[in-house]
Write a protein that binds this ligand. Structure first.
Ligand SMILES: Nc1ncnc2c1ncn2[C@@H]1O[C@H](COP(=O)(O)OP(=O)(O)OP(=O)(O)O)[C@@H](O)[C@H]1O
Ligand SMILES: [Mg+2]
Length: 243
């Protein structure tokens, strides 16, 4: 199967400090990769390089066949292929859930109002929010707001979804509903890269777990290998600290 995301020897420095020290990653159609590692290991930086929210220092990244790191690349077009969901996602407070999703479609896809509302409704249904379309963000729980953010990203029909700790700002009782939506997306064939501390989710949903340590991938493989029988001391310690 072809790679949706391909990363070769990605390096990123901030000033004199090299934060990503040569990352390689292939994510094929419909695969979910869980990116895990201690705080400061470079997970967010790596994700942000994929849509060039962060400028890679060197290396090559392609998404859906387009070289993101290529000279003269049309970043707006590239970013249309990449959905991004992070903790505490920003919704427009003065717009309803429906309008938050529809606005993205009208702006990015230049969709007419009726068509945008139609699709927005479908995407909100997909994340289980059919009964909240006319609510404003302040009237939504954290988990519901996060699901609106996911619906907004989904509506743009990206080739890959990037998640950066989408549940880490939520009260524990709201985490499950967001993970359930993400699981549904994976089952529907979405390609995704997920930075998460939810090891059970990684175990059950990820095809591959990639463990980052100080900007280097120190191990990767099926969840049962990396999470159940970790070979590396650093991964053993990391997992022990989570429990
Ligand atoms: N804009 C920046 N300028 C300087 N240093 C940065 C910048 N962004 C990130 N860093 C540094 O890069 C390292 C990796 O940060 P990053 O946010 O990618 O880690 P992370 O693995 O996502 O951590 P966490 O689990 O805490 O979110 C950290 O040491 C951080 O201080
Ligand atoms: Mg981070």
């Amino acid at each position: 199967m072809e790679s949706v995301v391909s990363i070769q020897d990605l390096r990123k420095s901030f000033g004199a400090v090299e934060i990503l020290k040569g990352i390689d990653l292939e994510v094929r159609t419909g695969q979910a990769v869980a990116l895990i590692g201690a705080s400061g290991s470079g997970k967010s930086t790596c994700l942000r390089c994929i849509n060039r929210l962060e400028e890679p220092s060197s290396g090559r990244i392609t998404v859906a066949g387009v070289e993101v790191t290529g000279a003269g690349v049309d970043l707006n077009r590239v970013r249309q292929n990449i959905g991004m969901v992070f903790q505490g996602i920003h919704l427009y407070p003065h717009l309803t859930a429906l309008d938050n999703v529809a606005l993205a479609l009208r702006k990015v896809k230049r969709m007419a109002r009726a068509e945008a509302h139609d699709l927005a409704r479908k995407c909100l249904a997909q994340v289980g929010l059919s009964d909240r379309v006319n609510h404003h963000p302040a009237q939504l729980s954290g988990g519901q707001a996060q699901r609106v953010g996911i619906a907004r990203a989904l509506a743009l029909r990206p080739q890959v979804m990037l998640f950066d700790e989408p549940t880490s700002a939520l009260d524990p009782e709201l985490v499950g509903e967001v993970l359930a939506v993400m699981r549904g997306m994976k089952d529907a064939g979405m390609t995704m890269i997920v930075v998460t501390h939810e090891m059970q989710f990684a175990r059950e949903v990820a095809d591959e777990v990639v463990f980052l340590d100080q900007g280097t991938v120190i191990d990767r493989g099926p969840p049962q290998d990396i999470l159940e029988r970790p070979r590396h001391k650093r991964i053993q310690d990391f997992l022990a600290r989570l429990h």
